[in-house]
Design a protein around this ligand. Structure first.
Ligand SMILES: NC(=O)c1ccc[n+]([C@@H]2O[C@H](COP(=O)([O-])OP(=O)(O)OC[C@H]3O[C@@H](n4cnc5c(N)ncnc54)[C@H](O)[C@@H]3O)[C@@H](O)[C@H]2O)c1
Length: 430
């Protein structure tokens, strides 16, 4: 078993800590956020991710949390970089935290492999290696090991990954990183560093493209009378297409797709290539987040001022508290700009949203959010919303209007209860 250092205790870092400990490794996890480290030391976990708290607790004796980077770096044979790489104003990836981590490497002659899990533009590994060589750090080798987990199912995704990608120029380094994953039943693809970096961007950009494509089909379905849920089913039965990522809705969000699509577009542009398709993918997604406003106006009239609109779900997807780039942010902001009274509820993401958008009223439960509402928008398909007692909801709302931004509710059943129901790319009923 190996000694690993994990730099950055966020969504990817903590899942890596827990799952690598499950595989038997000893971990020192380091973060610059002292409050986060303090909480982790006390047994708390700063994010909502199913199963994570228990898995960290199970292996607590093999995991150390620290803010001391010199100690952390000296401890690990492998140093996993899991720091955030957020978008800059230009849409490029901000690599300042990666460089901060590299700058903090102690000048000891201890052998390490730096393993980058953060999503970084193609060419970053080569730059890091050149910097290490220039500093004379020949004892430090480098591998790219992009992460594909999804928030909400991150532990299962890590332990049963579709593939583990390891990019390294030295086959022995690639083999040593691949060996860390022994115990999970996933195929390992070893590549050069640049290709590993591109696999991550290309995968996310392709999935985002699939989502924007089906959303455009949904919009055409609305104009022509077809039903996108049936269309997607029929398309997905074709094995060349597959059924995944064909759920029409109010656009993708989260900490990865928007920033990675934009970073790939910038990367192409910086390299002299105009990636036209990605421009459309981004634009379609931005417009899709706003389409709900038009639907609300169709039912409530052009004047949304003073209307009470209830948003069910604020996280960018169910089972996470992450609101980065969530569709709820654009939707709530647009509604506030129209003068509507926005009441939001999310099972776990409310505190994050409250800090970002204090002008929204936050309810303590879904039923409270729905009281006297003129319309309700399902923004995030948490299961508790699907299981609501909709007959009681009908009684509590001022007007029985439901816009289903995820096509997750049973429209005909709601119509039978007396609701006016409208999904995305489906026929409205009621
Ligand atoms: N969240 C996901 O679903 C996901 C999935 C796959 C890949 N990724 C990629 O993984 C990377 C991390 O994403 P995340 O969502 O875990 O980010 P995050 O913001 O949740 O966590 C990043 C952590 O790094 C810490 N940090 C920043 N600079 C540091 C430094 N110099 N030293 C030590 N710690 C430092 C921050 O305090 C924070 O706790 C990103 O590049 C992201 O694109 C994320």
């Amino acid at each position: 078993m190996s000694r690993l250092t994990v730099v950055g205790a966020g969504y990817v870092g903590l899942v890596t800590v827990a799952c690598m400990a499950e595989l038997g490794h000893h971990i020192v996890a380091m973060d610059v956020d002292a409050d986060k480290v303090e909480l982790l030391r006390k047994g708390g976990v700063p994010i909502h991710e199913p199963g994570l708290t228990d898995l960290i607790a199970k292996h607590r004796e093999r995991i150390e949390f620290t803010t001391d980077h010199a100690h952390a770096y000296r401890s690990g044979e492998f140093i996993f970089l899991c720091v955030d790489t957020p978008p800059t104003a230009s849409g490029d990836a901000d690599l300042s935290r990666i460089w901060q981590a590299i700058d903090n490497l102690p000048p000891d002659e201890v052998e390490h492999v730096i393993v980058t899990k953060s999503t970084v533009p193609v060419g970053t590994g080569a730059l890091v290696k050149a910097e290490l060589d220039q500093r004379g750090y020949r004892h430090i080798t480098y591998a790219s090991n992009p992460e594909f987990l999804r928030e909400g199912t991150a532990i299962a995704d890590f332990m049963h990954a579709d593939r583990v990608v390891v990019g390294a120029d030295d086959p022995a380094v690639a083999a040593s990183v691949a060996a860390l994953y022994q115990g999970i039943d996933s195929p390992v693809l070893t590549t050069d560093v640049a290709s590993a970096e591109m696999i991550k961007y290309a995968s996310n950009a392709f999935l985002a493209t699939k989502i924007s494509f089906i959303n455009e089909i949904a919009n055409v379905c609305e104009a022509t009378g077809a039903d996108v849920t049936v269309v997607a089913k029929g398309m997905g039965m074709d094995r060349r297409i597959g059924p995944h990522f064909l759920q029409a809705g109010i656009g993708y969000g989260g900490s990865c797709f928007p920033k990675d699509v934009s970073a790939l577009k910038q990367l192409a542009g910086n390299s002299g290539y105009h990636f036209q398709l990605l421009n459309a993918v981004i634009e379609v997604n931005e417009l899709q987040k706003r389409r709900v406003i038009g639907k609300l106006k169709r039912h409530l009239g052009e004047e949304l001022r003073g209307k009470r609109i209830s948003l069910l779900g604020l996280a960018f997807k169910p089972n996470t508290d992450d609101i980065r780039q969530a569709s709820s942010i654009i939707l709530a902001s647009r509604l506030l700009a129209e003068g509507a009274h926005v009441v939001g509820f999310d099972p776990v993401a409310t505190p994050n949203m409250r800090a970002l958008l204090p002008a929204v009223t936050y309810a303590a439960s879904a039923m409270e959010a729905l009281e006297e509402a003129d319309a309700c928008v399902l923004v995030t398909e948490w299961s508790e919303f699907l299981e609501l007692d909709w007959a009681s909801v009908k009684k509590t709302m001022a007007q029985p209007i439901v816009i289903d931004g995820r096509n997750a509710l049973d429209g005909p059943a709601l119509a039978q209860l007396g609701f006016i129901y409208e999904g995305i790319g489906t026929r409205s009923v009621g």
